[in-house]
Each structure stands twice: as structure tokens, then as C-alpha cells.
Design a protein around this ligand. Structure first.
Ligand code: F6P
Length: 366
């Protein structure tokens, strides 16, 4: 019998997290009458017992708000967590503590709102007996099992808006403008914002690039009177035979931080052409702001559906969007591999139809 459920947000934040929390609380309280406990700062809240009850008044006005009222962290993996010990920190497996606290808090089920990292942790906790359902979130849209994650649409709008704005300054100064966008090892934001913002080239991790096609594209545009170019580069993009560019190496419980490929591409293109190049790194702007109408709707549907999964005792699943239908999908399968851009897929082909260059083609300079 279910009396109380917990909800947490894990990993990098994204627009729509608050909308999910609101939908979870409203659905739970009005449809089932169970209590909801908000767990603070991802799984850390279950390690240190940082929780608070969530009532209807706590979620009022939350729908359009970015971020997460519960807080989040991408360092809170209880299977390998940095915890204080005397005057220093050590990395320990504190997952048994999570299980013990879950029981002590009298939780009967847990909703984990997270991307692949948080859902991997959820999967390991399910193996330890915790009844968990997932809600897929990430601006990167790289989770298997759902056509789209909430947060992606808002990030895409932010990136597209930036590309639109860069067009006029690029044109005025006859420059190459490079926009570096997020997405880790998946190029969805770069690809879709590049098409929507009418970029001249898109560089994504799934299609390693060479500089020659970019050079040829710039020369070709020059000759036809378009003395500027816009290049969208995913943070995880890499040249053929080269490697990704990192700002910081992996540290205890944290992934290596990508960033800097845009500046490298700018330098190299300045060397190879007589054009000036400038780089804009959009960074965390893409994770901020009010969720788009699409993300508010998806987040609301996901939040409500997650509660219904619990009511059906359908644990080990995450909610998912299949076509226009909200469905469910096993967490184990969702985390089995990343959903990356298919290099021969329809989106890449459409971009090529628009004359957008990916850096893998042979272009006659004429
Ligand atoms: O996974 C979401 C994401 O925003 C990635 O696109 C990006 O590489 C990463 O998180 C940045 O994480 P952090 O906030 O730790 O710098």
C-alpha cells in the first residue's frame, strides 16, 4: 500500500523540472491522497536526510519557473560519493544508507527526474530493492527510449535565437561566427538549432569533420557575395583523427567538462582564410529560463504519468514520449546506450538538402 512517495531531481538542471514537480504533487494529492516528500539536491538528500513535505501551496506558480526548487547536483552518486570524514573527504559507497533512509522516511516509492547519469543510479538502487520510476530530463535529448526529453525544446529555442542574433553582426563585419552549444556526445542541439537558425555549417560529435570542406564552403560563399558564415559546433565535436576538447578533466564523481572546440575551429579557420572569426559559447544559458509551452506540456504529462506508474506498481520504468503518446520504457534499456544523431538520418539529410556543410564532404572550390 502506498502512503507516501518521494521525488528528486538529479544531474544538470533543465527547463521544465519545476513543472514536473508541480505535476507530481498535484496528481498525487488530488488523485491519490498520498503524501509527497521532496528530496533535496538529488540523491544527496537521501544520504543526508534532507527532505521536506510538498503540499499544493509549495508548487503554486511553479509551471513557468526554470531550475528546480528541490536543488540538484551532478556529484551525488551514492555508489561513489565524496563524504566528509574528520578533516578530509573520502569517496565511499553510501548506497546502503540511501536504502536505510528511504525506509526510515517511510517512503513507498520514489520518482527520479534525471538524465542518463541519474537513471543509472536509479537502476542500481532498483537492484537494491527500491521501488523507483523515472522521468527523463536533459537538454541534450540523448536518452534512449523516449522520442524527446523535456528541456530540449527550450534549449533549442535559446540556441536558435542566438544564431538569429549572430547573423546580423556576422554580416556587418564579414566575419565567421562560431556558436558552441551543449550536448556532450550527442549533436541534437547543434543539429536542430543549426537547421532552425540557417547555419552554414554544423559540426557534431557523430560526424568527425575536416577543415577543407569548411574552407571551401567559406570561399564559395565569398565568391557569391556572402562574406560571412555561421558555424554551429557541438561541444563534443571533433576533427577526423583528433580528439574532443576539454576544459577540465574528470574528478571524483564528476565527468570531464567539455568546452573549447569553438575557439579551436575559429583559430584554424582564421589561419586558413582571410576572414576574422569569433566564437560564442552559449554554455549554461541553454539550461536556464522559462520552459517553452512544449516543455511545460511535456513536463506536466510526464509528471502526472509517473504518478500513475506508481499507482500501477509499474516500477523500474520511466515515462516516455512515443510519437504523441505518453508511454513507459524500462530504465534498464534507456541507459543501455546513448541516443546519438544518426549520421544518415532524415535530419542530417535535410540539413544537407539546405546546403549545410558537416565537414565530411568533398566540396569543389570552383
Ligand atoms: O547534460 C547536460 C549538460 O548541460 C551538457 O550538455 C553539458 O555538457 C553538461 O551538462 C554541463 O554540466 P555542468 O553543469 O556540470 O558544467
Amino acid at each position: 500500500m502506498i502512503r507516501q512517495i518521494g521525488v528528486l531531481t538529479g544531474g544538470g538542471d533543465c527547463p521544465g523540472l519545476n513543472a514536473v514537480i508541480r505535476a507530481v504533487v498535484k496528481t498525487t494529492l488530488t488523485q491519490y491522497g498520498w503524501r509527497v516528500s521532496g528530496i533535496e539536491d538529488g540523491f544527496e538528500g537521501l544520504v543526508f536526510n534532507h527532505t521536506r513535505p510538498l503540499k499544493l501551496e509549495d508548487v503554486r506558480g511553479l509551471l513557468p519557473r526554470g531550475g528546480t526548487i528541490l536543488g540538484t547536483t551532478n556529484r551525488g552518486n551514492p555508489f561513489s560519493m565524496r563524504v566528509p570524514r574528520g578533516d578530509h573527504f573520502e569517496t565511499r559507497d553510501v548506497s546502503d544508507q540511501v536504502v536505510a533512509n528511504f525506509r526510515a522516511l517511510e517512503l513507498d516509492a520514489l520518482i527520479v527526474i534525471g538524465g542518463d547519469g541519474s537513471l543509472k543510479i536509479a537502476h542500481e538502487l532498483i537492484a537494491k530493492g527500491l521501488p523507483i520510476v523515472g522521468v527523463p530530463k536533459t537538454i541534450d535529448n540523448d536518452l534512449m527510449g523516449t522520442d524527446i526529453t523535456f528541456g530540449f525544446d527550450t534549449a533549442l529555442a535559446t540556441a536558435t535565437d542566438a544564431i538569429d542574433k549572430l547573423h546580423t553582426t556576422a554580416e556587418s563585419h564579414h566575419r565567421i561566427m562560431i556558436v558552441e552549444v551543449m550536448g556532450r556526445n550527442a549533436g541534437w542541439i547543434a543539429l536542430e538549432a543549426g537547421i532552425a537558425g540557417s547555419a552554414d555549417a554544423i559540426l557534431i560529435p557523430e560526424i568527425p569533420f575536416r577543415y577543407e570542406p569548411l574552407e571551401a564552403m567559406i570561399a564559395l560563399r565569398d565568391r557569391t557575395g556572402r562574406k560571412f558564415s555561421i558555424i554551429v559546433v557541438a561541444e563534443g565535436a571533433l576533427p577526423v583523427g583528433g580528439a574532443e576538447v576539454y576544459q577540465a578533466p574528470a574528478r571524483a564523481g564528476q565527468l570531464a567538462r567539455l568546452g573549447g572546440i569553438g575557439a579551436e575551429v575559429a583559430l584554424e579557420l582564421e589561419r586558413r582564410t582571410d576572414r576574422e572569426a569569433r566564437t560564442l559559447v552559449l554554455g549554461h544559458l541553454q539550461r536556464g529560463g522559462s520552459p517553452s509551452a512544449f516543455d511545460r506540456l511535456l513536463a506536466t504529462r510526464f509528471g502526472a504519468a509517473a504518478v500513475h506508474l506508481i499507482a500501477n506498481r509499474d516500477f523500474g520504468k520511466m515515462v516516455a514520449l512515443h510519437g504523441w503518446r505518453v508511454a513507459s520504457f524500462p530504465i534498464a534499456d534507456a541507459i543501455s546506450k546513448l541516443k546519438r544523431v544518426p549520421p544518415d538520418g532524415e535530419l542530417v539529410r535535410t540539413a544537407r538538402d539546405m546546403g549545410i556543410v558537416f565537414g565530411d564532404e568533398t566540396i569543389e572550390r570552383g
